[in-house]
Design a protein around this ligand. Structure first.
Ligand code: HEM
Length: 230
């Protein structure tokens, strides 16, 4: 993407180092093919954001997936059978990863129960009416997505249990409300990395399943806790 914007990697790293050390600020414009300009500082900030929001979220997703697959050995075995049928002991192929249905259902169920970002935060810009509430500007709203994901009215009586089967007919049919699943948020601010992360997680999980059997450590104590991420 950055190369398409006409910035060489070396140039970007140099500017980035300078921006971190605070020696240089750049308002130089970088032009995309469509002609809309971003300053180099803005591009660098976007890159930092990608590192910040892309690393811990993804590692959380993979960690909770491993934990769930150790507790639910039947799902670990189903996932392994699917992966071995698709790739045997070969390097997972990018296109075929899209067809791993069981692995996809497992990742969705983990993102439902153990979503990395448990809350969304929004601030009102102007006076608005939200349902029965009349809100002034500058009010901070916390949306506890984790509660929506655990709501028995939406997901059924087994809402708090790990059951990837609920995603067998896709995300829209997994609950009573097609929008109830929102680990990546919804609307215009939806996560820009969501397709990337699903591919990345499938790749990592497939490679682990090809090589290892996972078991839970006897000293493990289940205690999810939100501290920025879960
Ligand atoms: C499991 C992994 C991930 C989860 C659960 C996740 C979740 C989210 C959520 C909920 C938001 C919206 C925040 C809000 O509206 O307040 C968001 C935004 C964003 N995410 Fe992710 N994310 C993940 C991985 C990634 C990755 C890998 C990248 C980039 C490589 C990424 C890049 C971004 C960016 C740039 C935004 C801001 C979009 C904007 O405001 O326009 N995310 N993410």
């Amino acid at each position: 993407m950055l190369l398409a914007m006409g910035v060489s990697c070396r140039e970007l790293v140099k500017k980035w180092e300078n921006s971190i050390s605070g020696t240089v600020g750049s308002t130089e414009r970088v032009h995309t093919e469509k002609g809309c300009g971003m300053s180099l500082d803005e591009v660098i900030e976007e890159c930092k954001l990608f590192y910040f929001v892309g690393q811990e979220t993804t590692s959380n997703l993979l960690t909770w997936t491993m934990v769930m697959l150790t507790i639910h050995q039947d799902w670990q075995e189903r996932a392994r059978v699917e992966v071995l049928q698709a790739f045997r002991d070969h390097q997972p192929d990018y296109q075929v990863l899209n067809h791993l249905k069981t692995v996809n259902m497992i990742l969705h169920e983990v993102l439902r129960l153990y979503l990395p970002g448990t809350m969304l935060v929004r601030t009102t810009q102007e006076k608005i009416k939200l349902g029965d509430l009349a809100l002034p500007p500058e009010v901070e709203l916390l949306l506890p997505v984790i509660l929506i994901h655990h709501d028995t009215e939406l997901w059924g009586s087994d809402a708090k249990e790990f059951n990837p089967q609920r995603f067998v007919d896709g995300v829209a049919n997994a609950s009573k409300n097609p929008s109830a699943f929102m680990p990546f948020s919804l609307g215009t601010r939806t996560c820009i990395g969501q397709n990337f992360v699903m591919q990345e997680a499938k790749m990592a999980l497939a490679m682990c399943l090809q090589r290892f059997l996972f078991e839970l450590s006897p000293s493990y104590q289940h205690g999810p806790f939100p501290l920025l991420t879960l």
